[in-house]
Every structure is written in structure tokens, then in C-alpha cells.
Ligand binder design. Structure first.
Ligand code: FES
Length: 224
């Protein structure tokens, strides 16, 4: 017989098969996921979730699509977390230390509690990438934060009110725009697209029946 576990979804008790993810357990229990559900593969960050195991003090954070249910799990999802998002024109700002001071001054109020790192659903060293941002070390900040899915759980735990994912996003943009070495073949390909080089090719492809397109896709030449 299938092993079942008891979970509490939004405060209501359900018996669900062990081995389901929190997300599939919600669907098993009859919830239709409209918000808080995207790629289902741990990339989009839409399914940030907090949970506590019955009888334990610790509050845990995870992605609902990547985490299996456990006996006695109390679950609440965070389909949206209100991060502070500053508006800037990447063409007008420069990768100086001052730009962080102007746009995200709260990062200098970090008290070093490391709650952000402990809460990260991607196991990133969040406090470290904020330290890099404070020092204007945007290449390092970009590298350290590269796998951020912007779920916002780090910010939900931060006593200084830092919006870590947005700080990291700015660092990655500055890095991509001004610091990382240019990518010649990408520029060439963008120019080819803008010049319409592939338009006829795409047009011909779109006229083909679906099965033929699938066949072409399955037997395509894969770049080494
Ligand atoms: S649904 Fe995209 S990360 Fe979970």
C-alpha cells in the first residue's frame, strides 16, 4: 500500500502520498496552482515556500517544486515577496561603488547576521555577495549570485530590509554591460538577426507541417 504522510497546507490537514513534492501534494489535495507556480524545475523562483515541522522550532524555506513532503509539515507559500526594485537606466549608470550607495543604501546597514544565507533556497552565500556589492566588486557579486532565482526568501528574513536579489541583479547587469569581456560572435549574430539574414529561413520553416519540424529538430546538428 502507498505510504502516506500528513501535511498541513495553509493550516488544513491532508494525507498525501510520500515522495510527492510540496507542489504536487497541493495539487493532489485539490488546489489549483495559479500563482506561485512556474517552471516546476527549480529555476523560476515562483514557488518560494516556508514550512515548519510539527514540534520543531525552526522555520525552513524551500522551493515547493523541489522539496518532498514530510510527516507533520506545516506549509505556507510566498507566491510574491515585495522586494524593493529601483529603476535605473543601465546606459546612464557606471560600475562605481557610489551607484550602490545611491540605489540600494540599505546594504550598508547589514548587521552580518547571515539569516539571508541560511534562508537561501539555492544555498548561495548571500551575505558574501552583499559584501562584494558594498565594496563595488561587481564581478565577484555577479559570480556569487549567478544561480539566484529571485524567490525573495533571503529578503523575508533580513532585519536590515535589504532586497538582496535586486542588488545582485544590478551587479550582474553592471558586470555584463561594463566589466565582463565582450563577446564578438554574439554581437555578430545579433547584427545578422537585425539585418534579416534568417528571415527567409524562418519563414520556410514555419510553412512546414509540425511532424517535419519535429523531425528536423530531433535530427539537428548540435553545436559542440
Ligand atoms: S516553479 Fe519555478 S522554481 Fe519552482
Amino acid at each position: 500500500m502507498e505510504k502516506m504522510v500528513n501535511v498541513y497546507l495553509f493550516g488544513k490537514k491532508y494525507s498525501v502520498p510520500a515522495g510527492l513534492t510540496i507542489m504536487t501534494a497541493m495539487e493532489y489535495a485539490g488546489y489549483e496552482l495559479v500563482r506561485g507556480c512556474g517552471c516546476r524545475n527549480g529555476f523560476c523562483g515562483a514557488c518560494a515556500t516556508i514550512y515548519r515541522i510539527k514540534g520543531q522550532q525552526q522555520l525552513n524555506a524551500c522551493l515547493a517544486c523541489q522539496t518532498e513532503v514530510q510527516e507533520g509539515m506545516y506549509v505556507a507559500t510566498l507566491p510574491f515577496f515585495p522586494l524593493v526594485k529601483q529603476v535605473y537606466n543601465i546606459e546612464e549608470i557606471k560600475p562605481t561603488e557610489q551607484v550602490m550607495m545611491q540605489l540600494y543604501p540599505e546594504i550598508y546597514a547589514c548587521i552580518g547576521c547571515n539569516a539571508c544565507t541560511k534562508a537561501c533556497t539555492q544555498e548561495l552565500n548571500v551575505m558574501q555577495y552583499i559584501a562584494y556589492a558594498q565594496r563595488g566588486e561587481y564581478e565577484k557579486c555577479a559570480e556569487e549570485s549567478f544561480d539566484c532565482v529571485m524567490c525573495g526568501v533571503c529578503s523575508s528574513r533580513c532585519p536590515a530590509g535589504i532586497s538582496h536579489p535586486q542588488v545582485a541583479m544590478l551587479a550582474r547587469r553592471l558586470n555584463g554591460k561594463y566589466l565582463a569581456p565582450g563577446c564578438g560572435h554574439l554581437a555578430d549574430r545579433v547584427k545578422e538577426i537585425n539585418d534579416g539574414t534568417f528571415e527567409e529561413l524562418i519563414e520556410n520553416l514555419m510553412q512546414k507541417p509540425l511532424d517535419e519540424i519535429k523531425e528536423l529538430y530531433n535530427n539537428r546538428e548540435i553545436e559542440k
